[in-house]
Write a protein that binds this ligand. Structure first.
Ligand code: GLP
Length: 251
């Protein structure tokens, strides 16, 4: 796991966007695994500017997103489908027919999980998977648990995630209690993984992910054994790791 220092959110976002743009330039028909949450918004903003300037071309890219809240249609402004259109897809030259996200409105859990696994498989796997991290170590919506999930599954969100994500909703009561998420096994099968994290609230979990034991109670800890993971963090998110194991951080 390479852990890269950025002085602030702007620098983090530029570095992460350059990393993704390099992937697309080297393999124009690549499969990008994409993430939601506030962390990648700056990265997406940089990618939109790069695309507008003609510095990166997404026309052959296929995209597969990590997760979606159950019960929210694509038109709901809190759905992750809506988020992706707003924050990335409408601002780049990707063919939106080549973008994929679990269907939060499908009440048939088994069918939706099977369908989404087949979508990822039909693309031949993910070349570069972008990730954020939850305060409790969740990746996508794979919450702390007794075992690592394999394929797409439907999860009950933890109170800590509902609490963290309520800032996007009118109240905590409006946060859906369930979500479809790509499994940890699928995430681990991506050829490359890029994680972005910023802010004081992520300092403890970044340190735990990188130096703690590998356990499904901290789902992101499994990234320690992936052969090609890059984590880009701002100084705030790195403060604990830099105090505990500064040698792990590339500046
Ligand atoms: C949500 C998403 C995750 C994301 C996490 C962190 O729960 N499902 O994919 O990584 O939030 O979000 P943020 O980047 O806003 O801290």
């Amino acid at each position: 796991m390479r852990i890269i220092y950025a002085k602030d959110y702007d620098e983090l976002s530029k570095k992460a966007a350059n990393f993704i743009a390099a992937q697309v330039t080297m393999k124009p028909e690549c499969v990008l695994g994409l993430a939601t949450g506030s962390s990648p918004i700056g990265t997406y903003k940089c990618l939109k500017a790069m695309c507008k300037n003609g510095d990166v071309d997404f026309s052959k890219v296929k995209a597969v997103n990590l997760d979606e809240y159950c019960g929210l249609p694509k038109t709901n402004d809190q759905s992750y489908a809506y988020f992706m259109k707003e924050n990335l897809f409408d601002g780049i030259n990707i063919d939106q027919a080549n973008t994929n996200i679990p269907d939060g409105t499908n009440p048939d859990v088994a069918a939706e999980c099977k369908r989404y696994d087949a979508v990822v498989k039909s693309m031949g796997g993910v070349d570069l998977q972008l990730l954020g991290i939850g305060n409790n170590g969740h990746i996508a919506f794979n919450e702390p648990s007794d075992s690592f999930s394999l394929g797409t599954n439907c999860v009950n969100l933890t109170e800590s995630t509902i609490e963290a994500n309520k800032r996007f909703f009118e109240s905590a009561d409006d946060v859906p209690r369930k979500a479809y998420t790509m499994g940890v096994g699928t995430i681990m099968s991506a050829k490359k993984i890029l994680m972005v994290a910023n802010g004081d609230a992520k300092a403890d979990i970044i340190c735990e992910m990188a130096t703690g034991k590998i356990t499904p109670n901290v789902p992101a800890s499994i990234l320690q054994i992936h052969p090609d993971v890059t984590v880009i963090c701002d100084e705030k998110a790195l403060q604990k790791l830099m105090a505990v194991a500064p040698e792990l951080v590339e500046r």
